[in-house]
Design a protein around this ligand. Structure first.
Ligand code: PLP
Length: 409
């Protein structure tokens, strides 16, 4: 008798993964063979988790705070979260309107599952963080992609409000807005956010607002949170997490903010899937929220310097068009001229850059749907010397491709 096999016909076979993790594994493998790697691939701050957060986790472990907690998260953490959000955004979120999850990705899963069923549609501005459309597909719903507008190296990336509205049908249940934006580094302005909210009100559609990069804002541009609308409860479900702001990617902690009657729906799924987020990580997160102001400020100042450096260096590479990101920690240069000249796809370009020059970037196609085929993503959450040396390697690669010294079949 043969061994049992997994279901190869089910929905899991139709889902895509996240390229950032695949490239991280590839880069680690090359590094283990002694190749010098310049890793602009994965989206995580390179600095260690702030030490007071580590101390708080140790303290929780020492006091044996290691059992299950409430599914929605310990009250102390939800209380600290509501205080944090309300002081930042002038909102009135209550601890009872928060559900804590093991990572923002898990929070996204709860959120999308609470609203979408088979046959429903979700509007996803693209390029997009891949989890939104993949989760929707898992639920039998259909992502409808609306490309961002690319206004060139002066104007950057904007939401296409008109096309978003035109894409709404009777099946549309949700519009995703990720601001600041992965992978473009765009920061959608107050006017764009207000226009989306206005559509949500008129058409009675929920906005999924993923604001995980809300602290990563450069150039003194004002950020408008969807939680700052007095009627957020009627039209907004909000996701955020600790991974980026507090450099806690491996700790796995995120959360959802939703109005009261949605909370039991999120909780029932949560209790069946993961019971609760890790107990001592929740304790540490309170310290993250209450004691990190100066560490976060320092980190953002450092990231701004890196943004300026990477933007300056990329701008001087011929054939590449780059916009100075306003938020998150990504740049998303347009490489269409290089691809056209060399008659190659963006995947081939990215692969060549990695295999011959050790420079890890992600192809824009990793961020569905089609918009990204002319772009690559670089994370500037890396040290200055990686930017200095890695972008020089990239310059050399582009030059060798354009002059025909490097050939890709
Ligand atoms: C836009 C966006 N949302 C959510 C996440 C997931 O974050 P977490 O590590 O908390 O699961 C990421 C991580 O890259 C992201 O870029």
């Amino acid at each position: 008798m043969s061994a049992p096999t997994v279901n190869t016909k089910g929905i899991l076979n139709e889902l895509g993964g996240e390229a950032a993790f695949a490239y991280l594994a590839k880069a680690k493998e090359l590094a283990s063979k002694g190749v010098k790697i310049y890793n602009f691939g994965i989206g995580q701050p390179d600095i260690p988790t702030f030490s007071h957060i580590i101390d708080a986790a140790k303290e929780a472990l020492d006091s044996r705070f290691t059992g299950y907690t409430e599914t929605a998260g310990i009250y102390e953490l939800r209380d600290a979260l509501s205080t944090h959000l309300n002081s930042r955004y002038g909102s009135d979120v209550k601890p009872s309107e928060i559900v804590v999850a093991p990572g923002a990705k898990a929070a996204l899963f709860l959120t999308i599952a609470a609203y979408l069923k088979e046959g429903d549609e979700i509007i996803v501005p693209e390029p997009s963080f891949p989890a939104y459309p993949e989760i929707a597909k898992f639920l039998g719903a259909r992502p409808k992609y609306v490309p961002l507008k690319w206004l060139g190296k002066e104007g950057g990336f904007k939401l296409d409000i008109e096309t978003i509205e035109d894409s709404i049908t009777s099946k549309t249940k949700m519009i995703v807005v990720n601001n600041p934006h992965n992978p473009t580094g765009a920061l959608f302005n107050s006017e764009e956010i207000e226009q989306i909210m206005e559509i949500a009100r008129r058409k009675k559609i929920i906005v999924l607002s993923d604001e995980i990069y809300d602290h990563f804002i450069y150039d003194d541009v004002k950020f408008k949170s969807f939680l700052s609308f007095p009627d957020w409860r009627d039209y907004v479900i909000y996701v955020n997490g600790f991974s980026k702001t507090y450099s806690m990617t491996g700790w796995r902690l995120g959360y959802v903010v939703a109005r009261n009657d949605v909370i039991p729906r999120l909780s029932v799924l949560a209790v069946n899937v993961y019971s609760c987020a890790t107990s001592f990580v929740q304790k540490a997160a309170i310290s993250a929220l209450q004691k990190s102001e100066s560490d976060v400020k320092k980190m953002i100042e450092l990231f701004k310097k890196r943004r300026d450096l990477i933007y300056g260096k990329l701008s001087s590479i011929e054939g590449l068009e780059v916009w100075a990101s306003k938020g998150a920690f990504y740049v998303f240069p347009n490489v269409s001229e290089i691809l056209r000249n060399c008659k190659i796809s963006v995947e081939k370009f990215v692969n060549h850059l990695l295999m011959k020059y050790g420079v890890v970037t992600l192809p824009g196609t990793a961020f569905p749907d089609k918009f990204g085929k002319d772009y690559i993503r670089l994370s500037f959450a890396v040290d200055i010397s990686t930017i200095e040396e890695g972008i020089e390697k990239m310059r050399e690669c582009v030059k060798n491709l354009i002059t025909g010294k490097d050939l890709i079949s």
